[in-house]
Design a protein around this ligand. Structure first.
Ligand code: FMN
Length: 155
């Protein structure tokens, strides 16, 4: 059975909630073993063991948080060919995609064989502590389902 990890950093719970919803989408048919983990509780070595790697961060000052940056920097040391990698961020509408784009660029810099474009998502929040803008959570589950649909899973 393929396995997936959804890693998040989160100060106020929005990015965590999005991570959990992506995981629900990934595991919806019971054929992808999916775990959700706080970036504080994992390492690049653990993350790279999975077939699907999803990493999300709140946008802090225009980019991902230091912990998420650090994880992605460490992941660059590994050959990730064959993995499904996706990034997501939570942010204000004006900064949509910025943190996610920075994570994609960081990883691709040293993993040119990862096939772009990465699947990914930028989720907008109404204010610093949330909530998410209406309709955003549905996209998170959809992303999980889309990643699952790209996997060749034996019936
Ligand atoms: C220190 C700090 C800096 C932030 N800077 C930005 C920013 O530059 N751009 C932006 O869109 N959101 C910014 N935000 C708002 C975050 O995007 C928002 O708090 C986050 O999406 C909420 O996710 P969380 O509940 O998982 O922490 C900032 C928030 C904090 C706490």
């Amino acid at each position: 059975m393929p396995s997936a990890v959804v890693v998040f950093d989160s100060w106020y719970g929005c990015t965590k909630a999005v991570a959990e919803e992506i995981a629900r989408g990934l595991s919806a048919d019971g054929r992808v073993a999916t775990i959700v983990t706080n970036v504080k509780d994992t390492t690049a070595e653990h993350v790279r063991d999975h077939d699907v790697i999803v990493i999300g961060s709140p946008n802090h000052f225009g980019g991902p948080t230091p912990r998420v940056r650090d994880l992605v920097r460490r992941l660059r040391a590994f050959d990730l060919r064959g993995k499904r990698v996706a990034f997501f961020d939570t942010c204000f509408a004006s900064d949509r995609g910025k943190a996610k784009g920075k994570l994609e660029a960081m990883l691709r810099e040293q993993n040119p064989f990862l096939s772009p474009p990465f699947l990914g998502l930028s989720v907008t929040v109404e204010a610093t502590r949330g909530p998410l803008m209406p309709g955003e959570m549905a996209k998170a589950r959809e992303l999980g389902g889309m990643i699952r649909s790209t996997l060749a899973i034996p019936a």
